[in-house]
Design a protein around this ligand. Structure first.
Ligand SMILES: Nc1ncnc2c1ncn2[C@@H]1O[C@H](COP(=O)(O)OP(=O)(O)OP(=O)(O)O)[C@@H](O)[C@H]1O
Length: 328
């Protein structure tokens, strides 16, 4: 693949918040530059509440057109894909599987609808049931187990597998999974995470995994991008970023997880405990961590650091400016 699968170039999303009399612009996502490519990977966006993960997911899924910047899929701006073409390439998996399916309709209705809308069976010369069965088998379910049943007849874990199966029916290249396991209990969480890994290996599927949970991020990710108040502060191979973090914010996060080898068992308490939206951190021009960082210098509060490559990782921090050959 010559072009990266996914490339984000200066992606920025500004929202207006506040009342009519005191409106402020916040950067929900700010100047995000990322590339996902090479062999199929699970690329995780991890961040506390309000860090911009869902906004970025919505941009990747074309639900939102970013205020600035562009997203390229296989070298082509995602805005230039026709809708059916884009749907076949990129599929979402949402947090709450109970909201994916209407309780008054049989779950199979959604599978048949997708087949009809996207003309999947006709293109492949297969029957609808065989396509549904194949997608269900990928998530360890079968047509027999699903036929004629309604939402209340499935567990949360089964429903999340069903929503993954529905996404798989079009044989997408990329899944954008926004907090897909946060509403499941621990054993089901591991099952669904392992399933995503299996799908990556067996179906050559790329996955953007979005989570606030550092432990599951460590468990599943090949690459990781740590988000804070709309900015990606550190990105690179997951082991490197999580075990040997460079950005002071990632260091703080890492210290807040008792033991990363406790695979996805522990709920992560974010640094600083309960998150309070610090509106100043969204609005300020400088680094989003400057107000809380022990290493902050004058420049940190004034100017957003650039993306600085350091030893296979990219870090947005003035501490590493010297590696750009300028000296701090
Ligand atoms: N439509 C909107 N209008 C105004 N502000 C918004 C809108 N959508 C998101 N925001 C704000 O943008 C910021 C980022 O929100 P976003 O939902 O992307 O973060 P998140 O990391 O996904 O958080 P969570 O994990 O809580 O869902 C937040 O301050 C949020 O309040």
């Amino acid at each position: 693949m010559s072009e990266p699968l996914l490339k984000l170039d200066g992606v920025t999303q500004i929202f207006q918040v506040g009342t009519l009399l005191s409106k402020v612009k916040i950067y929900a996502v700010r100047d995000v530059n990322l590339e996902v490519g090479g062999n199929p990977v699970i690329f995780t966006l991890v961040g506390e509440s309000g860090s911009g993960k869902t906004t970025l997911a919505n941009i990747l899924l074309r639900v939102i057109v970013p205020t600035e910047g562009s997203v390229y899929f296989l070298g082509k701006n995602i805005r230039h894909y026709r809708k059916p073409e884009f749907i076949r390439l990129v599929q979402p998996v949402f947090q709450n599987p109970y909201e994916t399916f209407n309780p008054l309709k049989k779950v199979e209705t959604y599978f048949h609808l997708a087949i009809r809308k996207l003309q999947i069976a006709r293109d492949n010369g297969c029957t609808a049931e065989s396509i549904i069965d194949k997608a269900l088998n990928s998530v360890a379910l079968s047509w027999e187990e699903v036929r004629g049943k309604y939402l209340h007849e499935f567990s949360g874990g089964q429903l999340q597998r069903l929503s993954i199966a529905r996404a798989l029916m079009v044989n997408p290249v990329l899944l954008v999974a926004d907090e897909p396991v946060s509403m499941l209990d621990a054993s089901l969480r591991i099952f669904v995470l392992n399933l995503l890994r299996k799908l990556k290996e067996e179906r050559q599927l790329y996955v953007i995994y979005i989570t606030h949970d550092l432990a599951t991020a460590y468990y599943i990710s090949d690459y990781i991008a740590v988000m804070l108040r709309g900015s990606v502060v550190e990105t690179g191979p997951a082991e490197k970023v999580l075990l040997d973090p460079l950005h002071p914010y990632t260091v703080l996060l890492r210290e807040s997880v008792p033991n990363p080898y406790e695979e996805a068992k522990e709920a992560v308490s974010w640094a600083g405990g309960e998150q309070v939206l610090e509106i100043e951190e969204y609005i300020e021009e400088g680094c989003k961590f400057a107000l809380r960082c022990a290493h902050a210098k004058a420049i940190c509060k004034q100017k957003m650091p650039p993306d600085i490559p350091v030893d296979g990782v990219v870090v947005k921090c003035w501490l590493y400016e010297r590696t750009l050959g300028k000296g701090v």
